[in-house]
Design a protein around this ligand. Structure first.
Ligand code: TPP
Length: 338
């Protein structure tokens, strides 16, 4: 793992990549190259990057529909991500899932979910598998503050707390669930109180500084890995764009947005690099390389073959060979195999 200046450079590179990827996604959407919904992660980059910094390759990650940034931070290529948005066969879900349904088995990025809160229960299931088989993996599950009012969230946290599962729940509190401020949906202002009800550690931080995110999530991941059970972390953040591309965000004032932009995570990381003695030229070169990478992703995705109809029939259920492999690998945990 890189340290000091190299680490911050690589974190800034990833945050800037996410920022530019999202800006180009919005552009592609406006040009009619992206179908369906598109929820951007602009403003929240430090959370995905700080979290993925402390994970092992074998750990599992779950995210909501606002999933592009987390998938990239986990290692998905911008081309696989952009091609998925454009419904292309080389996309991470063969172009069949689109923006909300990114998936990347190679990097243990287990989605991309449109049903809010539902994936919290799935993440508890992945963590249960790790505890049961002793594979040493930790699961991280991201969701918005609006999702903490829904059944799947409470069911997932309840089982995770009861069974002390190796999972970290990360609530990205970006202040609004679509257009609704949290004050109109939650009786509590401090969401970690909900986690206390399920017997797990709670933590509450601000999410604009990648180093702060890395440090707090790192402690939670370490606790989970050592058998200390789950943690719920509420991370205060702000999305600089609307909920999705169809949201003009009239429920908030321009002054509020401008105030929040003073805490832009990318600008903060860049300022820290400059303070640490990295030259403007070095940063310019890094940004130019990222620009080229995103441009290449857009061009490659645009020129790629569309999703194949036959894949619709082969991707709904796992082939029976996959089930046999699973039983062969984990059968002993089910009473000697069946
Ligand atoms: C079960 C369910 N109910 C309603 C919706 C519609 N919906 C989509 S996003 C959203 C708000 C979610 O807000 P939050 O959890 O704070 O996440 P954010 O979009 O702010 O990241 C709602 C209600 C849904 N996707 N799933």
């Amino acid at each position: 793992m890189a340290s000091g200046k190299d680490k911050l450079l690589s974190q800034y590179r990833m945050m800037y990549l996410i920022r530019r990827f999202e800006e180009e996604s919005a552009r592609a959407y406006a040009m009619g190259k992206v179908g369906g919904f598109l929820h951007l992660y602009i403003g929240q980059e430090a959370i995905a990057v700080g979290t993925c910094e402390v994970l092992n390759d074998t750990d599992y990650v779950f995210q909501t529909y606002r999933d592009h940034g987390t998938a990239l931070a986990r290692g998905m290529t911008p081309t696989a991500a952009m091609a998925e948005l454009m419904g292309k066969d080389i996309g991470c879900s063969k172009g069949l899932g689109g923006s909300m349904h990114f998936f990347d088995v190679e990097h243990n990025f287990l989605g991309g979910y449109g049903i809010i809160g539902g994936h919290v229960a799935l993440a508890a299931g992945a963590a249960y598998k790790s505890k049961y088989t002793g594979d040493g993996a930790v699961t991280v599950c991201f969701f918005g503050e609006g999702s903490t009012n829904i059944g799947g969230f409470h069911e997932g946290l309840s089982l995770a707390g009861l069974w002390k599962l190796p999972v970290v729940f990360i609530c990205e509190n970006n202040q609004y669930a679509m257009g609704t401020p949290m004050s109109r949906t939650s009786p509590l202002e401090d969401l970690t109180l909900k986690a206390q009800g399920y017997g797990m550690h709670g933590d509450r931080i601000k999410g604009h500084d990648v180093a702060v995110v890395e440090s707090h999530v790192g402690q939670a991941v370490e606790r989970a890995r050592k058998g200390g059970g789950p943690t719920f972390i509420e991370i205060e953040t702000y999305r600089f764009r609307g909920h999705s591309m169809s949201d003009p965000a009239k429920y908030r004032t321009r002054a509020e947005l401008e105030e929040r932009k003073k805490q832009d995570p990318c600008a903060i990381a860049k300022a820290r690099l400059l303070e640490g003695g990295v030259s403007q030229e070095e940063i310019d070169a890094l940004e130019e390389a990222v620009e080229a990478e995103v441009e290449n992703a857009v061009e490659t995705a645009d020129a790629a073959e569309p999703a194949k109809v036959e894949n619709m029939w082969s991707t709904v259920y796992a082939p029976s060979s996959a089930a046999e492999d699973y039983v062969a690998n984990y059968g002993k945990h089910f009473g000697g195999g069946r």
